[in-house]
Structures are given as structure tokens and as C-alpha cells.
Design a protein around this ligand. Structure first.
Ligand SMILES: Cc1cc2nc3c(=O)[nH]c(=O)nc-3n(C[C@H](O)[C@H](O)[C@H](O)COP(=O)(O)OP(=O)(O)OC[C@H]3O[C@@H](n4cnc5c(N)ncnc54)[C@H](O)[C@@H]3O)c2cc1C
Length: 507
């Protein structure tokens, strides 16, 4: 596969030389002296029409991408991805960065088929957009809006600054089934409980149909432009550890075409039993679409309508309905993030900010390293460490174990997942952690404490999942994987019940 940046008419990073090159705009020039100085750069100056700039974020696809399609309809386009540590309010974690590296490599190839070069930058998105717009002859700037507070906040100054410079902004929604905030209660408020949200979504009918990819032949090639771009490797997205990289590569194919293959395989052979098998980590029962959705390599609307296409005349069966319901959970989490922009930092139920979480680094490390002595928890944490993903049932169990058995703060778990998950998502991760911990909007009742022994025995009855991640383990009982349990299940359960009850009564 080609290195990103190869063959692109770009400078290496270090400035756009706007004024110098502006004078040469009407010429096509190669600058051998500059090339000698800077290594592999080639420099060309365009003579073509103005460009349409498309900013890519968590929408790394060419199909059903309204910003890209709008740009291509208006003229030759240029893509830009800025690695901005503030985009989600915090830098991406290690596993997500690995995914992003491959997704960008893939996007660059897909865009090349449409005649759209992809420029990579790092730093503040606002600064880099202004720099690129100033260097290339950009007329309009197109992007799909984000749902995080940091992202949404950044869009305001971006539009204002672009408009101040005489550029037009075209912005779109593309991340969810419906625009976050669109689904409202009868009194016009936002939902805090999932089931009424789900019913309201259903009353609105199917979400809008996805847009097709622009056909390559209609996409005019972007002219050569003098621009600097980071080489993909210089974004330093890959983890230093070779074994970490191998584990992720063996588990995933992070390209948008793979998203479609994974989805079709799921629709062909597994979706009809989804409702019966989705809780079984030992079975291949779920879709594994989450990282593709998290990076927007496929849109939720594409997934929704692909399922609907497969329905017979009788409508979706139980498996399909259960799967579509999970996709609505994804929208619900975005709706919660809209109401609580600090969802990753503070409990949705504000009184929980006084909950007396314990501090114990040794216990936290045991949980992180899969050394709690409870095989279900340790198997899940190993699966996460190796593949960057964990089955949903096990995510709930490890979350419950951290916040209830160990009484450690949900934020510590959220942060660990943020760093380790390939699908780490700014809405779903904190919303689910708060659900598990009991401080979320529509949270699990405080007295529901997942029993790691029974959960393992029930959802992995033959121990297939357990042995895969803990070879040599003999059962789901404490210590049955050769590690002494760090807490006693009964005592920890009783302590958590007491603590939660006391806290609730004192509120
Ligand atoms: C503590 C905890 C943290 C989580 N963190 C994340 C996260 O960072 N990113 C993430 O994508 N999911 C997260 N989830 C939700 C869920 O575990 C994953 O979406 C699911 O396991 C992904 O596998 P899948 O694509 O095979 O899911 P499937 O069962 O095939 O579901 C299809 C899609 O529905 C959505 N979905 C499913 N379950 C949920 C849910 N509980 N909440 C919101 N959307 C859901 C996802 O987009 C998923 O890809 C978390 C769950 C828990 C309990």
C-alpha cells in the first residue's frame, strides 16, 4: 500500500509560503532547489479553478458523506484531516490512534479514485484550515458537524473566521440516524430515558436514506497546489509496541470496504439470531461494526437501511429489530452528550459528584491488567488489551466490577477504555460507564451488581471465551485462572449495596 502523501502535490510540513507562491500562481513550476532542501517534496502551482475544501473528522468515508458530495458538486475538491488533540476534548487513545492511521491510509486511496488529494496536518484545526484555505485557492469549505461540545464549540469560530475571509461554509449532519437534538419529548425537551426516546424515534419512521458515493467519472481532478502535508507516519499514530500492533492487525481490517464486508457477512448469516446470541461472548453473535461507526467509515444510516433492505415483506424479524434498537442506543448516547457536554468528566446525576469513591492504585492496576482473580473480568480485560475491543456483556461486567466490587471511580474505567478501545467514542463510552456506575441518565439500578461468576457461567456455558483469553483456566469461580481474587465477591457486593444505599438515603 502506498504511503500517504506519496504522489501528492505537497510540501513537507513547515509552512505554505503563501505570498511567495501567490506570485507564481499562473504558472506550473517545479522547484528543484526547494525539493533538494526538503527531501521528497515536489512543488506544483495550479492554474485551475477555485477549490472546494472538505474537512474530514469522524466521517472517514466517501459514501453517504454529505460534505464531500456537496464539495464535489461544486467543483474540484481537496480533503483535509487535522489531527487535533482537542477535537474530542482530549487526545485519542492508543488503540483508536492505530485505527485512525489505517483509516486515513484507506481514505486517501478512496479519495484518490475521485481525484481528491488528502492533506494531513496536526495542531489546531482552526489554524490548519486557515492555512490550507490561504494557500490553495479555496472558495467554499464543507464539513459534517460533530456532536462533542469541544467539536461543536470549535465550529463557531471556524465558520466566523472563514466568513470573515470571504469563504463560504457548508455544514451537514452525517454521524447519526437523526441529528442529535432532533428527537424531542412532547414538551420539546430532550429525552433522559431510553425507551421513550426509542419510541419517539420509531414514530418518526426510518431515518433519511444514505447518499451514494459520487461516481468517479463526475469528480473533476483537483489541480496541483502548493501545500504542505504531514506524511502519515509523521502523525505517529501507531503504538510503539510491535505486539500491540500485531494484536490489533490480527483482529481488524480497518478499511471502509471491510466495514461493508463485515456488515454483509453479519446480515447474511447472523442477524436473524442476534436477539438470542448478542449476550454470548463465546458466540460470533454481534456485528462488530462499532469501530467503523466510531470513525465514520460507514454511517449509521447506511447500516440501518442495509438492514431494512434485507427485511422481507413482514418487516424486520426479532433479530433485526433488536439490532436496530442497539443502533438507536448510539443516537441516545449522542442525545445525552448534547445535554451534558461534560459527560466524560462529571456524573449526569449531579448529586453523584459527592459519591465516596475509593482511591486504590493497586486495585485499579489489577483490574487494568486482568489480574483480579475473577476469570470473566480478567478474560475481558485481556481481550481488550489484545484486540482493542470487548464484548458488550463483558464490558458491563468489568464496569460493574470496577465501580461496585472495587468501589473505584467510573472515570478511571472510562479513561482506561478510552485509551484501549478501537471504538472509543466520546458519547457512547462515558454514557455507558455512567449507566454501569448508576450515575447516568437512564442508569442501571444501584442494587444491580453483576455477579462475575454467574455471568460467566450463564453467558459462556462451555468456557470457550474464558479459555480463549485465559488458557489453562478451569472455571468461572474466583481463582480458577490461577490468580488469587483481590476481593471476596459476597463481601464486596454487600459493601457496595450498603455504600450505595447509604449514599442515596443521605442525598
Ligand atoms: C462500559 C461500556 C463502555 C462502552 N464504550 C463504548 C464505546 O466507547 N464505543 C462504542 O461504540 N460502544 C461502547 N459501548 C457499547 C457497546 O459495548 C459496543 O457498542 C458494542 O459492544 C460494540 O460491538 P458491536 O458493534 O458488535 O455491537 P452490536 O451489538 O452489533 O451493536 C450494533 C451497534 O449498536 C451500537 N450499540 C450497541 N450497544 C450499544 C450501547 N450499549 N450503547 C450505545 N450504542 C450501542 C454500536 O454502535 C454497535 O456497533 C460501551 C459499553 C459499555 C458497557
Amino acid at each position: 500500500m502506498k504511503e500517504i502523501g506519496e504522489g501528492l502535490p505537497v510540501f513537507p510540513r513547515g509552512g505554505c509560503l503563501t505570498s511567495a507562491w501567490a506570485a507564481l500562481r499562473s504558472l506550473t513550476v517545479l522547484a528543484p532547489a526547494y525539493r533538494r532542501l526538503q527531501g521528497k517534496a515536489s512543488v506544483k502551482v495550479d492554474v485551475g479553478p477555485p477549490l472546494q475544501l472538505v474537512i474530514f473528522r469522524r466521517d472517514l468515508r466517501v459514501e453517504d458523506n454529505p460534505a464531500l458530495i456537496s464539495a464535489l458538486e461544486a467543483g474540484p475538491a481537496l480533503g483535509l484531516y487535522v489531527l487535533d488533540d482537542n477535537a474530542d476534548g482530549r487526545p485519542l487513545g492508543e488503540a483508536a490512534r492505530w485505527w485512525l492511521h489505517h483509516a486515513l491510509m484507506d481514505l486517501r486511496l478512496e479519495l484518490a479514485d475521485l481525484g481528491v488529494p488528502l492533506v494531513l496536518r496536526k495542531g489546531s484545526e482552526l489554524d490548519e484550515v486557515m492555512d490550507v484555505a490561504g494557500c490553495a485557492r479555496v472558495r467554499d469549505v464543507h464539513w459534517n458537524r460533530r456532536c462533542t461540545a469541544a467539536g461543536a464549540l470549535a465550529d463557531g469560530p471556524l465558520s466566523r473566521e472563514l466568513e470573515r475571509r470571504g469563504l463560504r461554509c457548508r455544514t451537514f449532519e452525517s454521524g447519526y440516524l437523526r441529528k442529535p437534538g432532533e428527537v424531542r419529548t412532547k414538551s420539546g425537551g430532550l429525552f433522559r430515558v431510553f425507551t421513550p426516546f426509542y419510541r419517539a424515534m420509531n414514530r418518526l419512521g426510518d431515518p433519511p436514506r444514505p447518499l451514494a458515493a459520487p461516481p468517479a467519472r463526475l469528480a473533476p481532478a483537483a489541480p496541483a497546489i502548493p501545500l504542505s502535508s504531514e506524511a502519515l507516519r509523521d502523525l505517529k499514530l501507531l503504538p510503539p509496541s510491535q505486539s500491540r500492533r500485531s494484536g490489533l492487525s490480527e483482529a481488524w481490517a480497518p478499511a471502509s470496504q471491510s466495514a461493508k464486508f463485515v456488515l454483509s457477512a453479519f446480515l447474511e448469516s447472523r442477524i436473524d439470531e442476534y436477539h438470542e446470541r448478542r449476550d454470548r461472548p463465546d458466540l460470533d453473535g454481534v456485528s462488530r461494526m462499532s469501530p467503523y461507526l466510531a470513525f465514520g467509515q460507514i454511517s449509521a444510516r447506511q447500516v440501518w437501511h442495509a438492514v431494512k433492505l434485507r427485511c422481507g415483506q413482514d418487516g424486520p424479524g426479532r433479530g433485526m429489530s433488536a439490532f436496530l434498537r442497539q443502533l438507536v442506543w448510539r443516537d441516545f448516547c449522542a442525545n445525552l452528550l448534547l445535554q451534558a457536554p461534560d459527560l466524560a468528566e462529571r456524573p449526569f446525576r449531579k448529586d453523584y459528584s459527592r459519591f465516596p469513591w475509593r482511591r486504590d492504585d493497586a486495585l485499579l492496576e489489577a483490574w487494568q491488567n486482568g489480574a483480579t482473580g475473577y476469570p470473566l473480568i480478567d478474560a475481558g480485560m485481556r481481550q481488550l488489551a489484545v484486540t482493542g475491543w470487548m464484548h458488550n456483556r463483558v464490558r458491563m461486567a468489568v464496569g460493574s466490577f470496577l465501580t461496585k466490587h472495587l468501589l473505584l471511580p467510573w472515570r478511571a474505567g472510562e479513561r482506561w477504555f478510552w485509551d484501549r478501545l478501537v471504538d472509543a467514542d466520546p458519547a457512547q463510552n462515558p454514557a455507558n460507564w455512567q449507566w454501569v456506575a448508576g450515575c447516568g441518565a437512564d442508569a442501571v439500578p444501584y442494587f444491580r451488581i453483576f455477579n462475575p461468576i454467574l455471568q460467566g457461567q450463564r453467558f459462556d456455558p462451555e468456557g470457550i471465551y474464558r479459555r480463549r483469553w485465559l488458557p489453562g483456566s478451569t472455571g468461572y469461580g474466583p481463582g480458577e485462572a490461577g490468580v488469587a481474587p483481590i476481593v471476596d465477591h459476597r463481601q464486596a457486593r454487600a459493601r457496595a449495596l450498603g455504600m450505595y444505599k447509604e449514599f442515596r438515603e443521605a442525598r
